[in-house]
Ligand binder design. Sequence first.
Ligand SMILES: Cc1cc2nc3c(=O)[nH]c(=O)nc-3n(C[C@H](O)[C@H](O)[C@H](O)COP(=O)(O)O)c2cc1C
Length: 192
Amino acid sequence: MDLQGINLGLCMCGSFCTFGEVMREVEKLSKRKIKIHPIFSYNADSINTRFGAVEDFREKLYDITGNEIISTIKEAEPIGPQKLLDIMLVAPCTGNTMAKLANGITDTPVTMACKAHLRNDRPLVLAPATNDALGVSLKNIGELMIRKNIYFVPFGQDNPEKKPLSMIADFSRIYDTLCLAMEGKQIQPIVF
Ligand SMILES: Cc1cc2nc3c(=O)[nH]c(=O)nc-3n(C[C@H](O)[C@H](O)[C@H](O)COP(=O)(O)O)c2cc1C
């Protein structure tokens, strides 16, 4: 399936070390003429880290997508009633946001955007990056995996020796995952 011209919501959560890699993939999606609508969690929008400053990420994302970043719950809510998006991507998706999505907690722009989008019976794709994927987050991943309309970018252990519970999505598979999710299919293998 060709995704040219579709409206993609791009939710970014506070897995700051993956922002650079995700931005590179977002650039590729933009070159494929996908219309990208960025959404930041409160933490993604406010915490400057050694991986970069919020303002720089905001600017870069605006340059790539041409769209202002949605960064409040109020701005995210119309995604539902206005049926703004064909598909939603959460990349990176933190353990924190997965816990909220799995348990119906809607208290950030990202969780609001996902909830609003899901009510339209449209696909939501998660690209996890969390140090506790095989720990406390595992039950949330399992819960989300069996939900209707939720798909995963393939993910695997990034450093089993030093971080045995950590897993991270292969962000280079985002496009392929989106293509299949638009057809209602989960890309395989989910875990590598
Ligand atoms: C430098 C830094 C890196 C972080 N990396 C991650 C990460 O890769 N995965 C993760 O789940 N949380 C990570 N966190 C913790 C999240 O930012 C934190 O749980 C936050 O509450 C997430 O909020 P959000 O899901 O609303 O964006 C990191 C925090 C900091 C300060």
